[in-house]
Write a protein that binds this ligand. Structure first.
Ligand SMILES: [Fe+2]
Ligand SMILES: [Fe+2]
Length: 363
């Protein structure tokens, strides 16, 4: 298991990440600059195999309900580099929230049909507020599937509050569930899994995890089943988190489908890595999940480059939501990009992109 990263190495990592992120997360001009001026790396392409089809259901993309309340909590605690386990997150008195609570969460349910007809059932992330997640799991039939141990495994994309702190809800239903976490998970994360409480951050888990935890690193493409892989990125992330992993599916007759949590690695970096490392990576058919571009609804002109870059990849369906931001979705649609519409139900604020309860089916 991962030892705690020291604050020094984290801050050092942030500096390296800023440089790498300049090329990756920033946008088209920097990515083009990189691909034209830097020598091509020789990498053996990995054939991950194929699946027949894919169903991706948004369980919850509403991580918190009021950006100002969230940002104020971070500011009061000392800023974006403060450890997320030491921030007193506001839980009550938020009119727009779920039962007056600002915390929601991110979680996605995936069914991937293998070529032999077997359907793999996968839960990506565990949300933040366990009560909200209990409700959403019940409404979408996930609670029942977990209780019957019908879900094959859970993947935690990264350790962030909104993707991981609601773990008690999953554990309450299925404490033995096999889990995959990215390399960089802090000891705090493993402790929370095992039942430790963090009262300052208002997070606990009274149902310790009893199943196997597999830590995946970035040294190789991690093929879990034919046509289903995870790629891990060594990225330093705000609120003292390190590392994110995301799915690569290869759907027969369609192409590559990427499913992400927050995508702190940068959507362009992610697509470039897939092109560079995976057979068929030049044909990215769909992207689904958080794209982390304007989560707080602010805008930097360089994000326009990033939106332009999507054209280069010829993505047919963009099932974005969560930290993608509404401004980004509006600009993508204006640029002619195929953003899949949602239905604005179950606390999702707008139908501009896939929201809670919405589904992307690829067959
Ligand atoms: Fe997130
Ligand atoms: Fe995140």
């Amino acid at each position: 298991m991962e030892k705690d990263f020291s604050r020094r190495s984290f801050v050092k990592g942030m500096a390296v990440g800023t440089l790498a992120g300049y090329f990756g997360a920033a946008g088209l001009s920097s990515t083009v600059f990189k691909s034209q001026l830097l020598p091509k790396e020789k990498v053996n392409l990995v054939d991950i195999g194929q699946i027949k089809g894919l169903k991706i259901k948004v369980i919850s993309e509403t991580s918190w309900y009021d950006n100002n309340v969230f940002l104020n909590d971070v500011k009061k605690a000392g800023g974006l580099l403060v450890n997320q386990y030491e921030i007193p997150w506001t839980r009550e008195g938020v009119k727009a929230g779920y039962l007056g609570d600002n915390l929601g969460g991110f979680s996605t349910y995936i069914e991937a049909e293998l070529m032999d007809g077997k359907v793999m059932k996968i839960l990506l992330d565990s949300g933040w507020n366990p009560h909200w997640m209990d409700k959403r799991f019940k409404e979408e039939g996930i609670a029942e599937k977990l209780a019957k141990k019908e879900i094959d495994f859970q993947v935690i994309s990264h350790e962030h509050i909104d993707h991981f702190f609601g773990i008690e809800s999953t554990m309450r239903h299925y404490p033995d569930i096999p889990m995959y976490v990215p390399k960089g998970f802090y000891q705090d994360g493993f402790d929370l899994l095992k039942g430790k409480s963090f009262p300052k951050a208002n997070v606990k888990n009274d149902h310790p995890h009893k199943g196997k935890v597999t830590v995946l690193d970035s040294k190789q493409v991690n093929v879990l089943y034919p046509g289903i892989a995870l790629m891990t990125f060594d990225v330093p992330i705000i609120l003292r988190v390190f590392g994110e992993q995301a799915f690569v599916f290869n759907v027969k007759d369609k192409g590559i489908v990427l499913v992400t949590g927050c995508c702190h690695q940068g959507i362009i970096s992610y697509m470039e890595e897939v092109r560079k490392k995976i057979v068929g990576g030049e044909k990215i058919y769909a992207v689904q999940g958080g794209l982390h571009i304007s989560p707080f609804e602010d805008w930097d002109p360089q994000y326009d480059d990033l939106i332009m870059a999507f054209n280069k990849y010829g993505v047919q369906k963009i099932g974005c939501n969560h930290c993608t931001g509404f401004i980004t979705a509006e600009k993508m649609i204006k640029a002619g990009l195929p953003v899949v519409k949602g239905t604005a139900r179950h606390m999702s604020k707008r139908d501009i992109y896939l929201g809670n309860g919405d589904e992307l089916v690829i067959t």
